[in-house]
Design a protein around this ligand. Structure first.
Ligand SMILES: [Zn+2]
Length: 129
């Protein structure tokens, strides 16, 4: 199991565990070209997400990150919407591409975070129509 748990201001919104079966390595460059994942388990903590969204709205949690700002600015977004964004983020962590980037020292949070922000944006825009 390889955990990609990352606490955000004390809120554990989710956990993703990947069972890594193996890695394919380019022996000339030593670069990992593929991480083989045999199984992934994603846990979405809906109760914590609900508390998080409520705290971002009330100002108890600072809205310093883009996702937090989207939640704060778009008051129609719900905890359920945030849970969908978190799920999108975690699905990316369960993909070989994400784990291969991580194995090669690239920040594994960049693309999943962009995906979650995009999901929040899309839902917020839909609710404005
Ligand atoms: Zn992540």
């Amino acid at each position: 199991m390889e955990s990609t748990v990352k606490d955000r201001g004390g809120y554990q919104l989710r956990v993703t565990g990947n069972a890594i079966e193996g890695r394919k390595i380019n022996t000339k460059t030593n670069e990992v070209v593929d991480v083989i994942i045999s199984e992934s388990n994603i846990t979405i903590n809906v109760g914590v997400i609900s508390e998080f969204v409520s705290d971002v709205r009330s100002g108890k949690q600072d809205a310093t990150e883009k996702g937090e700002q989207i939640i704060k600015e778009n008051t129609k977004l719900t905890a359920f919407d945030m849970a969908i964004a978190v799920l999108g983020h975690e699905i990316d962590h369960s993909q070989s591409k994400n784990q291969t980037d991580k194995a090669n020292g690239k920040n594994p949070e960049t693309i999943p975070t962009q995906k979650a922000e995009q999901i929040l944006h899309d839902i917020a825009n839909k609710k404005k129509q």
